[in-house]
Design a protein around this ligand. Structure first.
Ligand code: C2E
Ligand code: CA
Ligand code: CA
Ligand code: CA
Length: 275
């Protein structure tokens, strides 16, 4: 078995070396891209189901690569996290999102995704506060989206960090709610102001009875805890009607709009862009 194992290892060696090289090339490329300003933000509106108005937008990063075109975050965020480049990239995202939000004609919120790696960085609250001050954006207009991954780090540490962030006056949303192991206990322990119900519970709506029961229960629970609820991944009118009838707070998804580049988002806000 031992010999077999070694043989198998040798067989995989070239593939592993190839993967390592590709990873190193991409890391170098990521560093270059950050310096060259190749990242951009797209904004996806969140609509309040009561008023039908846009009340917030989520900033979603993209990499406009000179040769490969637009690269989605799923393809570079993991490596940015592994290499620590997510810290400067995340700071760029925060600053850019807040700068854009300050220029929007309506005082809607901007939501920014934080990687667990950023939340582990002790300087994060100072960075956030400094950016808000520098730009002159009211803290209440920024909402930070955090997934459960962040909470695996140690509860005391995470609680201290999230408490410091909340003290600045920014909102804290629990992203992809329901996909982790301990969503419920985390909701009670940590100072979240919003729940974002993960798309995986929405995609089978309205016909799937289990999805319907889960979404209904999360919305009710959010209301009971005094938290706003956003349903993400709403792709059609039937899904929108279902979650609106359940009195969720906000809806986000392709049915309202795809994420839009800055100028197109402004167009959407002024009603020039079709939904
Ligand atoms: P997320 O935070 O859950 O963001 C929502 C994702 O769902 C976005 O994908 C969005 O384009 C997509 N989406 C929105 N509405 C719909 C819909 O109706 N149907 C479907 N099928 N998809 C929808 P995107 O932009 O590719 O981002 C993927 C993930 O990358 C995000 O998931 C987030 O975890 C991460 N990400 C994006 N921007 C940043 C960033 O600036 N920093 C960090 N750390 N992560 C980011
Ligand atoms: Ca998010
Ligand atoms: Ca999400
Ligand atoms: Ca998600």
């Amino acid at each position: 078995a031992k010999a077999e194992g070694r043989g198998a290892f040798r067989m995989f060696e070239p593939a592993m070396a190839e993967r390592m090289q590709a990873r190193n090339r991409m890391e170098t490329d990521l560093r270059r891209a950050l310096a060259a300003g190749e990242f951009e933000l797209h904004f996806q509106p969140l609509v309040d189901v009561q008023s039908g108005e846009v009340t917030a937008a989520e900033a979603l990063v993209r990499w406009r690569h000179p040769e490969q075109g637009l690269i989605s975050p799923a393809d570079f965020i993991p490596l940015a996290e592994e290499t620590g480049l997510i810290v400067p990239l995340g700071e760029w995202v925060l600053r850019t999102a807040c700068t854009q939000a300050a220029s929007w004609p309506q005082e809607i919120k901007v939501a920014v995704n934080l990687s667990p790696v950023q939340v582990r960085d002790d300087r994060l609250p100072e960075t956030v506060a400094a950016i808000l001050r520098e730009i002159g954006l009211e803290p209440g207009r920024l909402e930070l989206e955090i997934t459960e991954g962040v909470l695996l780090d140690g509860e005391e540490r995470t609680l201290a960090m999230l408490t410091r962030l909340r003290a600045i006056g920014v909102g804290l949303a629990m992203d992809d709610f329901g996909t982790g192991y301990s969503s419920l206990s985390y909701l009670r322990r940590f100072p979240f102001s919003k729940i974002k119900i993960d798309r995986s519970f929405v995609c089978l709506l309205p016909d799937d009875a289990e999805s319907a029961a889960i979404v209904r229960a999360i919305i009710t629970m959010g209301a009971g805890l005094g938290m706003a609820t956003t349903v993400e991944g709403v792709e059609n009118a039937e899904q929108y009607a279902f979650v609106a009838a359940e009195h969720c707070g906000q809806v986000q998804g392709y049915h309202v709009s795809r994420p839009l580049p800055g100028p197109a988002f402004l167009g959407f806000l002024s009603g020039m862009e079709a939904a």
